[in-house]
Design a protein around this ligand. Sequence first.
Ligand code: NI
Length: 170
Amino acid sequence: MTIKPLIILPDPVLRQVSAPFETIDDSVHALSSDMIETMYDAPGIGLAAVQIGIPRRMLVIDVSKEDEEKAPQVFINPEILQSSDERSVYEEGCLSIPDYYAEVERPARITVKYLGLDGKEHIDDAEGLLATCLQHEIDHLNGVLFIDYISRLKREMVIRKFTKASKIRA
Ligand code: NI
């Protein structure tokens, strides 16, 4: 398991649409281990492969509470089958947009289809933080960031700030 460097806004890789996996082999298992390690190190509660520069449709999530045992979940080729009309609002952040948080409204409950590391298809219902986290991460697979849901003015401010910072880093 290796901790990988995170891709930070405004890296254009974050806007790429990730490609699905055809087979679940050892390299896919290894990638999921690296992603889990990187997520815990950050620390974060979710990570998409594209955030470590690999535009493939995989995400890892752990929404367990601090006093609970770690419970990482791996979702390969995830797809939202159903979304509730009921909405919920969470303050979201993103490991690719460090130290920026904003409230985002999304469907409160979703049904998601995905492949597990066992290569089998699973269909799960999710609600609460898990539902929000899944939608945030699945957005990453389509090149969408949570700042796309805030006002244009705020979004442009955030992008400007990160563009300046990236020039200083370079
Ligand atoms: Ni994110």
